[in-house]
Design a protein around this ligand. Structure first.
Ligand code: SF4
Length: 442
């Protein structure tokens, strides 16, 4: 039996896709190994969102040359966004790559692997689809803790934010049949999973037409939440322009829908938001934050932000800091702007904020956010939360960690608690990143 070894980089969508790839290849008789030394094929599922994500893959490919010297039969393939962006050019630039497969072409993998092995040729398949959702594929849960799993509910994006490669690497937006999503959630619950995360680039625009009826994202959330009141439901990612009161109402009315929303802000300046083609301004964004707080005062809010986008002034950077001070995020993914080939920004804008200015602005955002996260966590001291236990704490075997509904990590002494259990934990101390608690009851 030929064996595949899969390495995944980037966003949760890529991790979910790797599970689809494993399933497709297992059906064709391939084994999946966790030991690269046993592998006949190494599949690297890649990210193209920032230049340093791609540089990391290129470095990994150089490291893998040693592996190939050891095993000349080893074939390496690149999947995902970098494969789609660079297509067969990648096999010219990186000689040890034998095949390149884009995110909508994974069904062709078995055939491509056969070609590579039997004909000794290189192969590329990067055609994007307007219909592919892999909805009939039951993913193989790779590196699973048996507690939490991802469910892909849609693919692609057509928002065309000025800085983003995703619409070019993942194609047009398309939603998956809700019945297959609910069936996957039910099957996970029956296998003992306690938490599912519904994934899409912009889940709020999920839409499925079923004759006269339309299933939108709030309705889908309701259906998944009803699989079991003891199975937690999360989702990622929301676009602020589409975050509806209807969704907030559904979230508020089900205890098992987790009270945590990731709402990428990207900038606090209206001019920057327009230039980024985000389709909202700061007033709209703050209105959505107020709506979240109105429906769910205990909901945590996280975000993404870009420091130093094209032509960003000092004053506009200050507006981003003000936005952070107003919203008081619980967590933020913070990055310097990185120009990506073929995006609107690359074709029409100038990357004119000097790197040292971008770095300084980013550091200012990170420092402010660190302070806010710590203060937010200090407010949690004395509160008791239901925690879904995920495993052993990285610091000590004597402690376990889990998350509350707000997705905050809580560490506590293990007693005789097991991963996968729900327990109640009282918060007694904190850092900016972690809550430390005491077990109240199991
Ligand atoms: S919403 Fe914007 S940032 Fe997100 S994937 Fe689509 S184009 Fe990229």
């Amino acid at each position: 039996m030929s064996k595949i070894y899969i390495e995944t980089y980037g966003c949760q969508m890529n991790f979910a896709d790797s599970e689809i790839v494993a399933s497709l290849l297992q059906k064709e008789g391939y084994g999946v190994t966790k030991e690269i030394a046993e592998a006949d094929y190494v599949l690297i599922n890649t990210c193209a969102i920032r230049d340093n994500a791609e540089q990391r893959i290129r470095k990994r490919l150089r490291e893998l040359r040693a592996q190939q010297q050891h095993n000349p039969q080893l074939r390496i393939g690149i999947l995902g966004c970098m494969a789609e962006r660079l297509q067969s050019q990648l096999m010219v630039e990186e000689e040890n790559v034998s095949f390149v497969v884009g995110p909508d072409a994974y069904r062709r993998l078995p055939e491509l692997l056969r070609q590579v092995r039997t004909l000794g040729v290189k192969a590329a398949e990067t055609e994007l689809s307007t219909t592919e959702t892999y909805d009939d594929i039951e993913p193989v849960r790779l590196n699973s803790n048996g507690i939490s799993a991802y469910i892909s509910i849609m693919r692609g994006c057509q928002n065309y934010c000025a800085y983003c490669v995703v619409p070019y690497t993942r194609g047009r937006e398309r939603s998956r049949d809700p019945e297959t999503i609910v069936a996957e959630a039910r099957s996970l619950w029956q296998q003992g999973y306690k938490e599912v995360t519904l994934l899409g680039q912009n889940v709020n625009s999920y839409r499925w037409k079923d004759g006269e009826n339309t299933v939108d994202f709030p309705e889908l959330m309701r259906r998944v939440a009803e699989v079991s009141p003891r199975m937690r439901v999360r989702f990622a990612t929301s676009h602020p322009k589409d975050l509806s009161d209807k969704l907030l109402e559904v979230m508020a009315s089900y205890d098992n829908i987790c009270k945590c929303i990731h709402l990428p802000v990207q900038s606090g300046s209206d001019r920057m938001l327009k230039l980024m083609n985000r389709h909202y301004d700061s007033a709209w964004y703050l209105d959505r934050i107020a709506a979240i707080r109105r429906y769910m005062p205990d909901c945590s809010i996280t975000t993404d932000v870009i420091a130093g986008f094209c032509s960003e002034t000092e004053e506009e950077h200050q507006m981003t800091l003000e936005m952070f001070s107003k919203v008081r995020y619980d967590y933020a993914y913070m990055f310097k702007f990185s120009m990506r080939p073929n995006t609107y920004a690359e074709k029409h804008l100038v990357d004119d904020v000097p790197d040292e200015v971008k770095t300084r602005r980013l550091e200012e955002i990170i420092a402010l956010q660190g302070q806010i996260a710590l203060e937010n966590n200090q407010q949690e001291i004395g509160k008791t939360y239901e925690v879904l236990v995920e495993g052993e704490s990285h610091r000590s075997k004597e402690q376990l960690f889990g998350r509350n509904s707000q997705n905050k990590v809580i560490v506590f002494d293990r007693h005789d608690v097991l991963p996968g259990q729900y327990v109640r934990v009282k918060v007694v101390r904190c850092t900016a990143a972690t809550l430390i608690g005491e077990l109240v009851d199991a």
